[in-house]
Design a protein around this ligand. Structure first.
Ligand code: ZN
Length: 66
């Protein structure tokens, strides 16, 4: 009885540690970090691009160091 209780405690502790590690990793690895969210007008076709660095209309790639 004592051993299985210890085993359950170890498993629960392990799950909690995994959950903390996963949440910390999610905070550090933000999927929206690289995504450009400000609007810009394509110089090639004057299409207003809502998000991203590439014009979805003509495929023009915006220069990052402007
Ligand atoms: Zn364009």
């Amino acid at each position: 009885m004592g051993f299985s209780l210890l085993l359950i405690s170890v498993i629960i502790s392990f799950i909690i540690i995994i959950a903390i590690l996963v949440s910390v990793q999610k905070l550090n690895d933000d999927p929206y970090e690289d995504l450009q969210m400000d609007e810009w007008t394509c110089p090639e076709c004057e299409f207003l691009v809502q998000a991203g660095n590439e014009c979805i209309y003509c495929g023009y790639k915006k220069k990052l160091n402007d």
